[in-house]
Write a protein that binds this ligand. Sequence first.
Ligand code: ZN
Length: 271
Amino acid sequence: MPELPEVENVGRAIAAALIGRAVTGVKAPFSGVLGQSLRATRKALVGKQLADVHRHGKYLILNFTGEGGGEAHLMIHLRMTGQIFVMDGYVPDKHVHVSFDFDGVPVHYRDIRKFGRLVLVEDGRRPAALDHVGPDMLTVRWSEWHARAAHRAAPIKAVLLDQGVAAGLGNIYVDESLFLARVHPEARPRDLDDATLREVLKRAKQVLRLAIKHGGTTFMNFADFHGRPGNFRRKLRVYGRGGEDCRDCGGTLEKTVVGGRGTVFCPRCQS
Ligand SMILES: [Zn+2]
């Protein structure tokens, strides 16, 4: 599943390729991934230029402006298997559900499981559809995150995964962050001191930034915008390495379940 780093990279690639270009057409072989009718989507977007791309957690919002000053905002949530392709010579297969034309540049939305959504929203930064979503994990301030997380009695891993606390951290990056912060995934935030919580937030942001730099982690169904896989997987310290040696202490990494999710940690480094 694409996580924050992958979504950030998709957003950057869309911005680099398409800002300043106007939508000249929209086709939808399967319009079920659209939040509105194809007709309404066309009416809102055709003739408007992409002005900027904003990311909040795992959501992208494409902000369009029209010549007459009109605006439109398209929120994209890739969910499990959504992908966006802007590739020369790309031939859409049966999993491409929406295709846009940006002044002759074709842009395809592909989604094997069809859980992703492209929805017109009323606001380009924080639409009502994101009311249930916490502040973005990469940019949230310590004081805000502390107020939302520090009193919680759930395992820290579950709190980090809770998108209502802060948005964007998925399973892989939570395990990596907690390893770097030397915090046990079942530790409860309300039992941790501020210095430790600060370290967790700092490491979470560090892991996300590093993953963004490396194009994200390669997943079964995820390739970037140009069809290239991310290479962050090689940097992973614990995720997917249960039973293997800890790279820091040489002990054996343990695999367990926390908050319903497969979890790998080092019982020695994260005691
Ligand atoms: Zn260790």
